[in-house]
Every structure is written in C-alpha cells, then in structure tokens.
Ligand binder design. Structure first.
Ligand code: PMP
Length: 437
C-alpha cells in the first residue's frame, strides 16, 4: 500500500512487499496513471476500487471545486451541511428494503465497519458477531476485530466466529461449496455458537480481498433464511464491489439477499475519503455507537460522492461494468486455455479474479508466480494486485469507465507477463524478502 514514504520510496529494495512499486505517480486520466519516470500505466486496480470513475474525472473535479468555493472550503464541520443531506437522501433512494432509514458518514470502509460492529452489539444486546474466513472489513483495530483475513490475524474480537465462505473452485463445484459452507454454519449454530447470542453477520456479496470468490447462487438466500429465523442482522459490506462494480448497482441484490445494514466506501468518493452506513432508524438511533470525528461529513468529499453517483447514472456505468466486464472475463478465460497456471477465472462485472495454481488437480497456490506476474505486468505498463488468503489470485477492479479496447490492451499485457513468468524469464530477485500479505 502507499502509506509509508521514505526518501527511497522508489527503490525496489525498500518494498515491504510487492505492493510498493518503485514509482511515484504524478497524475492520471481515465484508466491511465502517469509515473515520475514518464511512463503511462493502464490501471486495472483503480486504487483498490476507489477510482470508480477513473482518474481526474471532470465531474468529480468540478463538484469538488464548487464545494470548496460554495462551502467555505471544508471548514463547516460542526453542523450538518446541505451537501451531506442531499447525499444521504440519494443513498436512501438507492438502497431498497429494510435498510432504508438513516445514513452515517465516515472516512473509510474501516471506520464504517467498525462503527457498525459497535452499533449492532449495542442495539441488540447480543455479544457475538459472525464473519467469513478471508473477509477483509478494514484496517483499524475495531474493523480488524470483525475480519477473517490473514492480514488481520491477532486482533480478532472475543465474540467473533469465523465461518467458511463458499469457494466453488476449492470445493470442485458450486453445489459442493454451498453444501459444505451451509453445513458448517448449521453445525456451529447447533454447537458452539448459540444463534440467539449472535447480533449480526458481516458479509461480502463477493469476497474480494479473500480471493474474489463468487457465492453459488442460492447460498445467500439460505444464509438470509437462517439469519431471519434467529433474529441475526445481515450487514452487506459493499465497500469494494458495490455501487455498480458487479454490473448491478447493489451487489447484495445480485447475490440474492436483502441486508439490514449496507456499508459503502472506496468508489463512493471516487478517490476522496468518504464512507456511508445505511440502516433502519431503530438501529441507527443507537447514537452512542457512532463516533464523532472532526472531519466526518465533509462537504467536499460528499460533493465528490454526489458527482460519482450522478455520473454512474448519466454515463450508464453499471451497464458498462456489465458489458465491458464480460469482454474482460472472456479475454481472461482465453488466457486460461493458454496457461496451465491459471486455475480459475471468476467474478462479476468489473470485479474479476484469476487464481494461479501450480497444479490444476491439487490446486496448489502459485504465490510466487502471482507476485512475479503482478510485478512484471507493472514493468510492462499494467497495474493490478494480488489478493486471496494464499496471495495467489490476481485481482482486477478497473474503473467503471473502462472501454473494451482498454480491457483488451490490459489482457495483452497480462498475457505477456504470464508468458514470461511461466517460462522462468522474470528475475526472481525482486521477490527477496517477499512473504505474501
Ligand atoms: N471492506 C472491504 C470489502 C474492503 O475490500 C476494504 C478494503 N480493501 C475495506 C472494507 C476497508 O476499506 P478502507 O481501506 O477504505 O478502510
């Protein structure tokens, strides 16, 4: 990630792992970034999904400029501002069903999920929370406490129980994955985890950082039925895959369930820091659970978010994610017939994953090859990262504005990178000190 800066930021040898590419970005436009070495890079990561409209979208720039002048900068913070009121109304109109009530604004997916974790325990009086193994809900202590990703080991909350996310590739079929995951949930409810003690279940409609896992159809409907029967709230973490990325506006709708609480982040601000929790009044009125932080509800970030939502609608970006996503998916599937190292290509819309394995029958994770492919693709002009509990899944979350031509260009670069990696042509020295997450 890009949080650590040093004078040697651009030196490969200072990278804690391969997410630190040896380059400083000087600007960007659309799906492209420019580096301080003058190179243009096609961005299939879009800042882990935050650059939903690509880089420097004119609508976001204009909205931010306007908010800065109309709203006396971003200094109106101790009172509600009209831009946040408009944004709240807009989000409420976009979220159907039982979650529609009130909206809270934060800065990041992490602070939003942390707030929700406190709220559901306060509101229900139940001490336990369920989440998935491999789930990434944030990087603050409170959001790490309800996560199940290897990146957050050691900080889990005492009341947290992790359950398996259905992994169709690992299980051999969607049916087997669904059956195994539901059987484990039912076993837990019958033994260690009395369901009436569970406040809520944090879910990702597609488990992105855990490996871009797509749930089998019918799986979330079964989870929802179990939760309703036991009075367990369902929280849909839409931070990475919501707001159109999957080719549907709400990823939970596509996954076939209706949450009690919805969390938005990343792409909401188009790169500016803003997140939102949408939930019913009865829950959201537990205001003691909501932290008051000084720059929450910032009008400049809210203006960017309104511009993002307007642009998604005006430019038909949900449809674009669906259509261009299919082109990208097909091109990646084409690569799978060329490279045995590709075990699986999966995802929805512009949330896609390519799982690399050393052996298709044993599905042994190809971790080093994934890291090398990411690094080589960067050298060749394509930005993407790896995810997954084994760090062996290439993740593609390009801007929702991606064109079919850009989709094909990116796959051509990935083709070359995978070709060189599988032929042993990429210098392994770049991986010295590499340890996955
Ligand atoms: N939820 C999900 C599903 C995420 O993918 C992430 C970030 N990868 C977060 C929450 C945390 O968001 P942030 O980094 O903005 O705090």
């Amino acid at each position: 990630m890009s949080g650590l800066y040093a004078r040697e930021s651009r030196s490969v040898s200072t990278m804690a792992h391969l997410r630190f590419f040896p380059l400083a970005v000087t600007g960007g436009s659309g799906a492209y970034l420019t580096g301080d070495d003058g190179r243009r890079l096609l961005d299939f990561a879009a800042s882990w999904g935050a650059a939903s409209l690509g880089h420097a979208h004119p609508a976001v720039r204009a909205a931010v400029d306007r908010a800065l002048s109309d709203q006396a900068g971003a200094s109106y913070l101790s009172m509600a501002n009209d831009i946040c009121v408009l944004l709240a109304e807009r989000l409420l109109a976009l979220v159907p069903g039982r979650a529609r009530g009130r909206v809270w604004f934060g800065h990041s997916g992490s602070d939003a999920n942390e707030t929700v974790a406190r709220m559901v325990v306060a509101a229900t009086g139940r001490p336990r929370i369920l989440a998935f193994r491999g789930a990434y809900h944030g990087g603050t202590v409170g959001s790490m406490a309800v996560s199940g990703h290897p990146a957050q080991q050691g900080l889990r909350a005492a009341g947290l129980t992790l359950v398996p996310y259905p992994d169709s590739f690992a299980a051999g079929s969607p049916e087997a994955a669904m059956q195994q995951a539901l059987a484990e949930l039912e076993r837990l409810f019958a033994t260690e985890v009395p369901p009436h003690e569970v406040a809520a279940f944090f879910v990702e409609p597609i488990q992105s950082d855990g490996g871009m896992l797509v749930p089998p159809s019918g799986y979330f409907a079964a989870v929802e039925a179990l939760c309703r029967k036991n009075g367990i709230l369902i929280i849909s973490d839409e931070v990475k895959v919501g707001l159109g990325r999957t080719g549907r506006f709400n990823a939970f709708g596509q996954a076939g369930f209706e949450p009690d609480i919805v969390v938005f982040g990343k792409g909401l601000g188009g790169g500016l820091p803003i997140s939102a929790v949408v939930g019913p009044e009865a829950l959201m009125n537990h205001s003691s659970a909501f932290s008051l932080q000084t720059v929450h509800g910032n009008p400049v970030c809210a203006a960017a978010a309104l511009a993002v939502l307007d642009t998604i609608e005006r430019e038909n970006l949900v449809e674009n994610a669906d259509r261009t996503g299919q082109v990208l998916h097909e091109a990646l599937t084409g690569l799978a017939s060329k490279y045995a190292i590709i075990g699986d290509v999966r995802g929805r819309g512009l949330a896609l994953g390519v799982e690399l394995v050393n052996d298709r029958s044993t599905r042994k994770p190809a971790r080093r090859e994934a890291a090398l492919a990411v690094f080589r693709a960067f050298e060749l002009g394509l930005v993407l990262y790896y995810v997954g509990v084994e760090s062996n899944v290439l993740e593609l979350t390009p801007p929702l504005t991606l064109t079919e031509e850009e989709a094909r260009q990116g796959v051509a670069i990935l083709d070359r990178a995978l070709g060189e990696v599988t032929q042993g042509l990429v210098d392994h020295k770049v991986l010295d000190g590499f340890s996955g997450w």
